[in-house]
Design a protein around this ligand. Structure first.
Ligand code: PHE
Length: 339
C-alpha cells in the first residue's frame, strides 16, 4: 500500500516537473488531489485494511498528501513568476528617449556661438575667466578702489570667510587678466556668466551673461569702436539696425558710454518696450582708462584701446523677443523648445 502512495507522489512530481506552458494547473490538481482524484481513490482503498495497519498507512498517506500539496504550491508560484516576467520583458538595447525628445543648445549658447564666430572673423580671440573672482580683479584693477561709490552700482555676492573673493559682477576683470597674459596689441572677447545681488524681476536676474570685448593697439579711437559695434548690431538685428553712443560713467573707461540699438519691435518709431524712445540699451563701452592699461602692464603712452560689455541675456531677449529674464535660467522645456 505504501508503495502505491509513493508511486502516486512520484508520478505527480514528474507531471509537475514536465509542465508544458499551455497546460492548465487546476486540471492537474483535480486529477491528483481533487475529491475524486487519484489520491482520494487510493485513500478509499484503506477502508479495507485492518485497524492497526489503517492507522499506520493513514499517517503515511497524510505525509504524502501534504508533500504533494506543497509541490503543487511551488509549481503554481513558479508559473506566476514566469508570467510576470513574460509581461514585463525588457529590451535593454531599446533607446529610452524618442527622437523628438532630444535637446538643443540654449538660446544664450546659440547667440554666444554666433558672436564668437563674428568676432573671430574680425581677428578677436575668445577667452574665459574665473566666475569666482578676486575683489582685486573685479573692482580695484578696474579703477574701483575699496570704498569707491561705484561699487554700489554692482551689489555683489561675497564669500563668507573670504572677504577678498567675489562672484564676478561683470566680465570686465578679464580685460586686465588678458593684458597681463598676452600684452599689447590684443583683440579679445570674453563671454561668461556674471552674478549680482539683484531683486529679480522681468528685466533683472541674479545670474546673467555678458560678452566683454577689448581691443588695444596703437592709435585706437572711438571710430574703431563704433565700427565694430555697428557690425554686431547689423549681424544680430538686420541691416536696418542703427546704433548710437551716449555718455555714461564707468570708472574703467574714459570717456565712457552706453550703446543703444534701434528697437527691434517698432524699428525706432517708439513703443512700450523702448519706453517711446525708439532705442534700447545693450552695452556699456568706452576707451580703456589709463589706470586699467597700467594694471594690465600696458604703457598708456604707447597704446590706446576700447572696451565694451554686452548684456548677452539682454541681447538674447531682444533677438528672440523674450519678455522675462527669469525664463533664461528657469529650465522650463516649454520655453526652451521654442528656439
Ligand atoms: N562691465 C560693465 C557693466 O557690467 C560694462 C562695460 C564693459 C562698460 C566695458 C564699459 C566697458 O555694466
Amino acid at each position: 500500500m505504501k508503495s502505491k502512495f509513493e508511486e502516486l507522489k512520484k508520478t505527480f512530481e514528474a507531471t509537475l516537473a514536465d509542465l508544458k506552458d499551455g497546460v492548465d494547473l487546476e486540471e492537474i490538481k483535480n486529477k491528483f488531489l481533487g475529491r475524486k482524484g487519484h489520491l482520494a481513490l487510493l485513500m478509499k482503498e484503506m477502508a479495507e485494511l485492518a485497524d492497526d495497519e489503517r492507522k499506520e498507512i493513514g499517517k503515511f498517506a497524510n505525509v504524502i498528501k501534504s508533500g504533494m500539496e506543497a509541490g503543487f504550491a511551488k509549481a503554481e508560484a513558479a508559473r506566476r513568476v514566469s508570467q510576470v516576467f513574460e509581461g514585463e520583458w525588457l529590451d535593454v538595447t531599446e533607446p529610452i528617449f524618442p527622437a523628438e525628445g532630444r535637446g538643443h543648445l540654449h538660446p544664450i549658447t546659440q547667440i554666444t556661438e554666433e558672436l564668437e564666430d563674428l568676432f573671430a572673423s574680425m581677428g578677436f580671440m575668445v577667452l574665459d575667466g574665473p566666475e569666482l573672482e578676486s575683489d582685486f580683479y573685479n573692482f580695484t584693477a578696474l579703477n574701483i578702489p575699496p570704498t569707491h561709490p561705484a561699487r554700489d552700482m554692482q551689489d555683489s555676492f561675497y564669500i563668507k570667510g573670504h572677504p577678498d573673493q567675489v562672484m564676478r559682477t561683470q566680465t570686465s576683470p578679464v580685460q586686465v587678466r588678458a593684458m597681463q597674459k598676452y600684452g599689447a596689441p590684443i583683440r579679445v572677447i570674453v563671454p561668461g556668466r556674471c552674478f549680482r545681488n539683484e531683486a529679480t524681476d522681468a528685466r533683472h536676474e541674479h545670474t546673467f551673461y555678458q560678452l566683454e570685448g577689448l581691443m588695444v593697439d596703437k592709435d585706437i579711437n572711438l571710430g574703431h569702436m563704433k565700427g565694430v559695434l555697428e557690425e554686431v548690431a547689423k549681424h544680430l538685428f538686420g541691416p536696418a539696425a542703427k546704433t548710437r553712443l551716449r555718455p555714461k560713467f564707468y570708472p574703467f573707461v574714459e570717456p565712457g558710454m552706453r550703446g543703444e540699438v534701434t528697437c527691434f519691435l517698432c524699428q525706432g518709431q517708439g513703443c512700450r518696450v523702448c519706453k517711446k524712445t525708439g532705442w534700447l540699451e545693450v552695452l556699456g563701452a568706452g576707451l580703456v582708462h589709463p589706470t586699467v592699461l597700467k594694471e594690465g602692464g600696458v604703457d598708456p603712452e604707447k597704446y590706446q584701446g576700447f572696451a565694451f560689455g554686452f548684456g548677452l541675456s539682454r541681447l538674447a531677449m531682444l533677438k528672440y523677443a523674450i519678455d522675462d529674464a527669469r525664463l533664461m535660467q528657469g529650465g522650463d522645456e516649454r520655453f526652451l523648445k521654442q528656439f
